[in-house]
Design a protein around this ligand. Structure first.
Ligand code: GRF
Length: 220
């Protein structure tokens, strides 16, 4: 078996997706480890979750920096010090600038609560409901300079039900996001996915469509 994938997770808030990764790791059989959790918010619950599990944490408060570039440089240094194989943005509410992206291109992925390319940015649940969509979901994509615009690796789809409001839809999507994050990181840990020339390759073949999370938690 290859060495465990060294994973760094960035959070700004609750950290339930981080918790899903911690739990999956603890239940065994997966070849990744979470070596570092970083937050731009000192009070982020995600930091406490990591600390409880003995994972090293760091806080880098963006408000302590006079410019976005300075923050980005410090963040890049902080991430790269741990030499991660993969960086997972799981509810990290800062735009990733070029200083961070460059050293980590192809190794940084983001979880976004929509079926990208639909609904980049915020408020995705409300926008999907108001558009009359029949389904919603979450995507994991490679981070590029375009906000929520990088090549999409994997998705999970759920139906929008009559009477759904943003909160009810978010609550139903959340456990599915957890499963998507774990399955996607697991894919990376087996070195099955990479980004080349702006496309996603799985097992060496270019993907025309994102991988889909199946009921058995496999991505196909
Ligand atoms: C998730 O809904 C994710 O899609 C979005 O931020 C939320 C993070 O939730 N990017 P948590 O902090 O992991 O609980």
């Amino acid at each position: 078996m290859n060495a465990p994938l060294k994973t760094c997770v960035l959070v700004s808030g609750n950290g339930s997706n981080l918790q899903a990764l911690i739990d999956a790791r603890r239940s065994g059989g997966l070849n990744f480890e979470i070596n570092h959790v970083i937050s731009n918010v000192a009070k982020a619950r995600g930091l406490a979750r990591a600390e409880r599990s003995g994972i090293p944490t760091s806080v880098l408060d963006h408000r302590a920096f006079t410019s976005r570039d300075d923050f980005d440089r410090a963040l890049a240094l902080l991430i790269c010090t741990g030499k991660p194989d993969l960086v997972v943005l799981a509810g990290f509410m800062r735009i990733i600038g070029p200083e961070v992206l460059e050293p980590l291109r192809g190794r940084m992925i983001n979880l976004h609560p929509s079926l990208l390319p639909l609904y980049r940015g915020v408020d995705t649940y409300r926008r999907a409901i108001e558009a009359g969509d029949e389904k919603h979901g979450a995507s994991m994509h490679f981070v590029t300079e375009e906000l929520d615009g990088g090549p999409v690796i994997s998705q999970v789809v759920i139906p929008i039900q009559p009477g759904d409001e943003a909160d009810s839809l978010a609550a139903r999507l959340s456990p599915m996001e957890h499963r998507l994050v774990v399955a996607t990181v697991e894919f990376f840990s087996r070195h099955r996915v990479e980004c080349m020339d702006g496309s996603v390759f799985v097992d060496g073949s270019k993907q025309e469509q994102p991988l889909q999370l199946q009921d058995n938690d496999r991505l196909t």
